[in-house]
Write a protein that binds this ligand. Structure first.
Ligand code: ATP
Ligand code: MG
Length: 454
């Protein structure tokens, strides 16, 4: 650390305080401090000097420029001539208390300077050291500064009158600046008020939009539920009538007639699956699904599913198997809903597998309170970046097998909703080209009461 001594002034009486103040300002101006900083430094230095002059036998003010690496600081050290304690003792006060004015002066200096340290030497002499860092890049030549210091020391000191004039001048400047800042602040407050008003208006708009979306959603559910109901009745009539015709209840059919009626029956069946899925989704969204919780035996569940799904397993190159657990397993849930989810999984697996097998089994779960079903296939698999899409309504992944397959992309979204309703979840693991595993994880004991309606 380099230290250049610039000025050393004695403080014996009030006139010296005026001089110290003046020199502090002049020096800080030479060091490139701005107008405001000059006033700050001069005020801090003169406040401390004033206390030293009033309370003890005088002292000295030392101005130095210190440089540590690229950092340069103006350090003003004010030291008394010792005997602070003596003075205090003589006047009957507490030994180390220089008085309230001194404390106030130190607080002021701390506010105005970067730092202000007070220390007592062994002979009870007092040292106050105040530091202010120079602006980086401010050109200062230490030798030139020392010469300036000497010049300052030699030049006549200001009279109290001229210093008061100077202080008034500074005060007027400070007041003007204060007014400017107040105006700025006022402008800023107005701007903030405007912004606030804008934000409030925006919130109102967002709320209105949210309400509109909620209403639209409600309407969509209601529309779906109504239209699905309206569609179901005529659809069942078409299916029943087609069956009657196929059963030759109204007489014989030509080959062409039979072909066409079978076409009508199959189209009506597809349409009714779609309508059922739509109705189920709409009901779940409207919170109108009934859940009945009862004990389910996994073996029985698998047998029922086997019967239901046999008509779908038409491809001789794909084996559909149900792996029964070695020990009987029971859990509490809604068997209709569980079967619906697994049925969807298996129908997908059969749709997207050309060779190999589709297996339904229980998978071990680390949490004993949960049970997990897995439907594994050796089909086309799903690419990682498509995995999140398949649970979205109406989304289907482009593939040659997809073209020949039936469906609308409602099966998996329905599975997800149903699983959530039962307090569980559906997940998928898949490798494109190798196959997929869809899992359904459920609580063994449902949080819903048995036979209760949700
Ligand atoms: N096991 C699977 N292997 C490969 N892709 C699958 C499998 N299961 C589902 N997918 C992909 O996810 C898409 C969405 O499945 P989802 O069951 O929701 O609809 P879908 O089967 O096409 O029609 P829906 O179930 O409504 O009849 C499928 O179209 C398919 O692209
Ligand atoms: Mg499906």
């Amino acid at each position: 650390m380099d230290s250049t001594r610039i000025l050393n002034l004695g403080i014996e009486g009030p006139q010296d305080v005026v001089t110290v103040r003046q020199r502090a300002r002049q020096l800080s101006s030479m060091l490139g401090f701005g107008q405001q900083e000059q006033v700050r430094i001069a005020t801090a230095v003169s406040e401390v000097a004033r206390c030293v002059c009033r309370h003890v036998y005088g002292g000295r003010a030392l101005f130095t420029l210190e440089q540590t690496g690229r950092r340069r600081e103006l350090v003003v050290t004010i030291r008394d001539n010792g005997g602070a304690e003596r003075v205090a003792l003589q006047s009957g006060a507490e030994p180390d208390v220089l008085g309230k004015q001194f404390d106030t002066a130190i607080i002021t200096a701390r506010r105005l300077m970067d730092s202000c340290e007070v220390s007592y030497q062994s002979d009870h002499a007092l040292t106050v050291s105040m530091v202010k860092a120079l602006r980086p890049g401010q050109p200062v030549d230490p030798e030139h500064l020392a010469a300036l210091g000497a010049q300052l020391a030699a030049s006549p000191a200001a009279t109290s009158f001229s210093e008061v004039q100077q202080q008034n001048h500074e005060l007027a400047g400070a007041l003007a600046e204060l007014r400017e800042r107040q105006d700025d602040l006022l402008a800023l407050t107005r701007e903030l008020e405007d912004t606030n008003r804008g934000v409030v208006a925006l919130y109102a708009e967002i709320e209105e939009k949210a309400e509109r979306i909620r209403k639209a959603d409600e309407m969509k559910s209601r529309f779906l539920s109504n239209t699905s109901h309206e569609l179901r009745t005529p659809l069942s009539s078409i299916r029943a009538l087609a069956q009657l015709l196929l059963d030759r209840m109204d007489g014989d059919l030509s080959v062409e007639q039979e072909r066409q009626i079978m076409f009508i029956a199959s189209a009506a069946n597809d349409l009714s699956t779609l309508v059922n899925d739509l109705l189920d989704l709409a009901k779940i969204e409207a919170g109108k699904v009934e859940i009945s919780i009862a004990p389910i035996d996994v073996g029985n569940l698998f047998s029922a599913l086997k019967g239901m799904l046999r008509p779908l397993a038409q491809n001789p190159r794909v084996e559909l198997q149900f792996v029964e657990p070695a020990e009987p397993v029971t859990f509490m849930s809604d068997d209709g809903k569980v079967a619906q989810i697994l049925r969807n999984f298996v129908s997908n697996a059969l749709k997207f597998t050309e060779d190999g097998e589709v297996a339904v089994r229980l998978e071990a779960h680390p949490d004993p309170d949960l049970i997990r079903f897995a439907v594994t296939d050796t089909g086309i698999g799903i690419k990682p970046d498509h995995l999140h899409l398949i649970f979205e309504e109406f989304s289907q992944i482009e593939h040659p097998l997809q073209r020949g397959a039936k469906g609308t992309g409602l099966g998996l979204p329905l599975c997800r909703q149903l699983a959530a309703l039962l307090g569980g979840q559906v997940e998928v693991r898949s490798t494109a080209g190798a196959g997929s595993t869809f899992t359904l994880t459920l609580p063994r004991r449902s949080a819903l009461q048995p036979e209760r309606t949700a």
